[in-house]
Design a protein around this ligand. Structure first.
Ligand code: PLP
Length: 409
């Protein structure tokens, strides 16, 4: 058997069709494969399906917009109502006052946009030498060159270099960030930081870390970019991480939860400082944009998704999920089945013992009807739809425990 024409992302190109699991249907926190087997979707697909699968409201919003006009670009003089409406809703929920919103289709595009805006602001201010990006070990900021240059995951960078100027600092050691600013403070355009690192293993910030990054940026004239592609739109119980950690950035990147993944939509929330630089000269043109920036159907679904999140008060479920995860995973830790439990809000992970392989545990969980995500060789990530029920959560914990036992943990 040979591979199918679909060259899969983050997969072995040599894998055969039979190596893949074909997902055909979803409802709430459940998905079903082509053989009719049901699974609890314990990672909300790829960290994005906050409102759960099969939402008629989102389907209807897409259908209604497509029946008027599915797509029209927003370059130069053109705009559309769903993009204006979605941007206004996000700006009103932004941690920065008077913000505006640039729209993209993905998190990678959002991150590259934020880096470019940071360099642009420096250059417009007469400091093109201020071009360095500071990011963190274990960081995941997507796969395009800006974000990949800022990655803290070496295997993803292998073979693809050379990269943009970047300084990497340890995720929890603020002294390393201080040292980089000491050395290169005048050259730093942006500090790029996931409030809770997601794809790098689910790592919440050390107490005071984000606040000190904010101070360092202020002391040295750099911009703070919080990459909230996973943490935004409810994962931590609020629209953005500022509601949990109190740190106000200059730019925020988002994607994933913005439509719960129903259609691709990301963006950058632009705070006052960047906004002022962009608007200072009325003749200045922002020469940056994607064909699908402000895509009407994606934005209509984004508006409907915000409606569902608010009408059903889904963020209010996050403290409950947080308690359930802390208890459920905590008991695996107490029993010595896992080496570490990390997480906050509705995003969690377990670190496995040395002799236990994460992909093996994931595969065992699949046979027990739960889809979790192996991260590297020693972490299992859990980040379910916010609508997950207690019964479904129990199923996740039972499947994880069963898989760990089977894997010899
Ligand atoms: N930034 C963060 C924090 C992410 O978690 C991701 C994806 O997981 C990205 C950026 C890249 O997003 P995308 O895969 O939509 O390009």
């Amino acid at each position: 058997m040979s591979p199918t024409p679909f060259l899969h992302p983050y997969a072995r190109p040599a894998a055969h069709g039979a190596d893949f699991l074909t997902i055909v249907r979803g409802e709430g926190s459940m998905v079903w494969d082509s053989e009719g087997r049901g699974y609890v979707d314990a990672l909300a697909s790829l960290w994005y399906c906050a409102v759960g699968h099969g939402r008629a409201e989102l389907n209807e919003a897409a259908t209604a917009q497509m029946s008027r006009i599915a797509a029209y670009h927003s370059f130069e003089i053109f705009t559309n109502e769903p993009a204006e409406q979605f941007a206004a809703l996000v700006a009103a929920r932004s941690p920065m006052p008077d913000s505006r919103v640039f729209l993209t289709s993905s998190g990678s595009e959002a991150v590259d946009t934020a880096i470019k805006l940071g360099r642009l602001v420096a250059s417009l201010g007469g400091h093109p030498e201020r071009h360095v990006v500071v990011s963190r070990v274990h960081a995941y900021h997507g796969v395009t060159y800006g974000g990949l240059s800022s990655s803290g995951l070496a295997p993803n960078q292998e073979h693809f270099g050379p990269y943009l100027a970047n300084e990497k600092v340890a995720a929890h050691d603020i002294a390393e960030a201080e040292a980089v600013f000491e050395r290169r403070g005048d050259e730093i355009a942006v500090v790029l930081c996931e409030p809770v690192q997601g794809a790098g293993g689910v790592r919440p910030p050390a107490p005071g870390y984000l606040a000190r990054l904010r101070e360092l940026c202020d002391e040295h004239g750099a911009l703070l970019v919080l990459d909230e592609v996973i943490t935004g739109f409810g994962r931590l119980g609020g629209w953005f991480s500022t509601e949990r950690y109190g740190v106000v950035p200059d730019l925020v990147t988002f994607a994933k939860g913005s439509t719960s993944g129903y259609l691709p939509l990301g963006g950058v929330v632009v705070g006052e400082r960047v906004r002022a630089a962009l608007e200072a000269d009325p003749s200045f043109v922002l020469r940056h944009g994607f064909t699908y920036s402000g895509h009407p159907t994606c934005c209509a679904v984004g508006v409907a998704n915000i409606g569902v999140l608010e009408d059903e008060d889904l963020f209010a479920r996050v403290p409950h999920l947080e308690r359930r995860f802390a208890e459920g995973l905590g008991s695996l830790l107490a029993d010595g089945r896992v080496a570490e439990v990390r997480g906050e809000g509705a995003i969690w992970a377990v670190g496995l013992g040395d002799h236990v392989d994460a992909t093996g545990v994931r595969n065992e969980m699949l046979t027990r009807g739960v889809i979790a995500r192996p991260i590297g060789s020693s972490t299992i990530g859990l980040c379910p739809p916010l609508v997950i029920t207690d019964v479904e959560l129990d199923r996740c914990f039972e499947a994880l425990e069963g898989a760990l036992v089977a894997a010899g943990a």
